[in-house]
Design a protein around this ligand. Structure first.
Ligand SMILES: [Zn+2]
Length: 448
């Protein structure tokens, strides 16, 4: 069963509508110039969306101090919720947090009354491919401009749901650069993106040939690829099998020398990629393993011992099994089932391996956004984690995985002012997540 893009994507319809209006009103033909003008128009149109929302909500973006009062704070550290909390925000940072009466509220502060509501840190998605195409046809018709807009669509969708930061583990390099620069220059106003740029793989390896991947062979090519991603402005590296220990070591060494974070796709993904790949990556010294695929207890013990993080991405596998488009070899010969991923989750949980929420909904699965993020949280709950622990996965652990625990992930003094205000108690039901009334990002208030 294949899902249709048009049933979900408002932007796709928007694109069609604007296209036909432009053709009608401006007399644009479908020539090259028309396409370029249309693209530029769309970039500005879409980029202006969150800013327009902010203005319509009557917020003054220049107001420097905000006081959130009266709400129940779930701060992301895993500590008990704080009732009647006061949070003072100054500029883009949290200045002070505490109980009412214990925190001085500056006179000039713009007050947000959160009585009867819940305040949480903005959520983090540790595994996303923002520019992923939705079909093979789109892949062949793709361009960097279109990929940039596709990414922005997802970013804005996430903003409305309270997901305020993502780590992109493989997307068009130019699109990622454009987004970062556009944010720095103030052209667009959306969530934080921490891209890896191209994922690095071998000729014929996992991810080979996709937009947002680079094929390299031999330790020196792997080193150079890491340097290229660094030179492109990225601070995260993603490696994908199958690499030799020498290649993975070269990439890890280079990344660490340049002060970059490095993560690896875990497990082989076909008949030619052995399950021992994960152990090779851990031995090489990566900081994080993506997915929970085919790991023996020794690999899990090694992860726990070395403090290697994990991003399970259960929902995307679940969707693959539902639609039966998992590689048959993996299912029939290697015994891949949802039960395997679930068992590994339980083993990782027992070993206290730090896990984050990642979605990885590529291709046609892209239609599962934004709900897949919260479904992933529900999946963790079904496997025995408590709601509070899962909120920590979505916030503090996400920040740790990104290497940004000093800046993001919790509502504490000195951290970035990225938070969300919810109508219902998230600890009672995750159905209360995903539709915050207010999202604050870099100290700016968005009311939805
Ligand atoms: Zn992925």
């Amino acid at each position: 069963m294949k899902m249709k893009l048009s049933s979900f994507s408002p932007t796709a319809n928007l694109f069609k509508k604007i296209n036909s209006n432009l053709t009608k009103n401006l007399g644009l033909k479908t020539g090259k110039t028309g396409t370029v003008i249309l693209r530029l128009f769309l970039i500005f149109f879409l980029a202006s969306q969150p800013a327009a929302l902010m203005t319509s909500a009557g917020q003054n973006p220049r107001t420097n101090t905000i006081a959130i009062v009266g709400g129940t704070l779930v701060d992301g550290t895993g500590k008990e919720p704080v009732a009647n909390a006061v949070i003072i925000i100054e500029g883009d940072k949290i200045k002070e947090v505490g109980q009412a009466g214990k925190v001085r509220i500056p006179k000039e502060a713009q007050k947000i009354d959160a009585s009867g509501k819940w305040i949480l840190p903005g959520f983090i998605d540790c595994h996303i491919h923002l520019t992923s195409e939705t079909s093979d046809l789109e892949y062949y018709r793709d361009s960097n401009s279109l990929a940039t807009l596709r990414a922005l669509q997802l970013m804005n969708m996430y903003l409305r749901c309270g997901v305020t930061a993502v780590r992109d583990v493989g997307s068009h390099v130019e699109a990622m650069q454009a987004l970062l620069r556009a944010q720095r220059n103030g052209y667009i106003d959306s969530i934080r993106v921490y891209p890896c740029g191209d994922l690095l793989t071998i000729t014929g390896g996992h991810g080979y040939g996709m937009h947002g991947s680079m094929a390299v062979d031999g330790p020196w090519e792997w080193r150079k690829a890491v340097r290229q991603m660094y030179a492109s402005g990225f601070r995260h590296i993603k490696i994908s099998p199958q690499f030799t220990l020498e290649e993975a070591r070269a990439a890890v060494e280079e990344a660490k020398m340049l002060g970059l974070r490095i993560t690896a796709h875990g497990g082989g993904f076909s008949d030619t990629m052995p399950p021992t790949m994960t152990k090779v990556a851990i031995q090489a010294g990566v900081e994080c393993i993506e997915h929970l695929n085919e790991m023996d207890d020794e690999a899990l013990d090694l992860m726990a011992e070395r403090g290697v993080f994990n991003v399970p991405t259960l929902m995307t596998y679940y969707a693959s099994y539902q639609r039966d488009d998992i590689n048959r070899f993996l299912v029939e010969k290697r015994g891949w089932t949802m039960a395997m991923h679930e068992m590994l989750f339980k083993k990782a949980y027992q070993r206290k391996i730090v896990m984050g929420i990642g979605t990885d909904a590529n291709g046609e699965y892209r239609e599962m956004y934004p709900g897949i993020y919260f479904d992933e949280m529900r999946y963790f709950q079904r496997l025995g984690m408590s709601p509070m622990e899962i909120i920590v996965c979505a916030t503090k652990n996400g920040a740790r995985i990104l290497g940004l625990e000093d800046e993001l992930g919790t509502v504490e003094a000195g951290k970035a002012a990225d938070l969300q205000i919810l109508k219902g108690d998230p600890l009672k039901s995750f159905d209360n997540l995903g539709s915050p009334e207010i999202v604050i990002l870099r100290g700016k208030v968005y009311r939805f």
